[in-house]
Design a protein around this ligand. Structure first.
Ligand SMILES: Cc1cc2nc3c(=O)[nH]c(=O)nc-3n(C[C@H](O)[C@H](O)[C@H](O)COP(=O)(O)O)c2cc1C
Length: 206
């Protein structure tokens, strides 16, 4: 059986030059790519979308590009700064666009592995943001991977998509591996399920 290359979509970061949430996300996607995934990055500037309006019939082109990517995704990685004890407004607004996937056959993030990173200026904020991202993942029927990455950006510095703390990099990469491994399992299970159902169809024709 030839397996499709898993697609991991990253969403996160801020428009702040040197954004730690964006650079940590880039490290995660780079690791996923090295391990064989196709990746797509929606960075801080890509998340500045019109406020989501559920009744609106037309999507802005940038929002449509995001939803098209999420529909194809096998795994997703969110990376947010902690803003006032939660997720940043632009990221949450971008996530709200997944409401467009509420009537899809694979509803919202159903069956997709979801990794989460949160950066904050201290230790309390990133944990709060991480919990919020996991609650959002549950609401969207995604599967949060066991390892979440909480980064104290007052202590850990990012530069040129690198990081001065090896342990932080190891955590980001381990989380990316978990997302990719789950994505591969999910692709394989869905392929098996399709094979079983086509076998049933064929035998009922005999
Ligand atoms: C509006 C705003 C609210 C913030 N609120 C918190 C907070 O509640 N807790 C915290 O630890 N850091 C807070 N911070 C600090 C950011 O989370 C931190 O600097 C983070 O690294 C920014 O992400 P970035 O580097 O990707 O831009 C806040 C920053 C801003 C601009």
């Amino acid at each position: 059986m030839v397996m499709k290359r898993p697609l991991i979509v990253g969403m996160g970061g801020t428009t702040r030059p040197g954004s730690s949430s964006e650079q940590s996300l880039a490290i995660a996607l780079h690791k996923a790519q090295q391990s064989g995934a196709e990746t797509m990055l929606f960075r801080g500037a890509d998340l500045i979308l019109p406020l989501y309006e559920p009744q609106s019939k037309v999507l802005a082109p940038d929002a449509k590009a995001l939803i098209d990517a999420l529909r194809r995704a096998d795994g997703v990685i969110f990376s947010s700064p902690c803003y006032h004890g939660g997720v940043s407004g632009p990221l949450k607004n971008a996530i709200d666009y997944t409401e467009e996937m509420s009537a899809d056959e694979r509803v919202y993030l159903d069956g997709r592995a979801v990794g989460a990173i949160c950066c904050g200026f201290g230790v309390q904020g990133p944990m709060a943001g991480l919990n919020a991202l996991r609650a959002i993942t549950h609401a969207l029927r995604g599967w949060p991977v066991p390892l979440g990455v909480a980064i104290n950006s007052a202590a850990v510095k990012f530069r040129d998509c690198g990081c001065d703390d090896e342990k932080t990099v190891q955590q980001i990469e381990a989380m990316a591996d978990q997302v990719l491994n789950f994505a591969v399992m999910s692709i394989q299970e869905r392929a098996k399920a399709r094979a079983r159902s086509s076998l049933k169809c064929n035998t009922s024709l005999v």
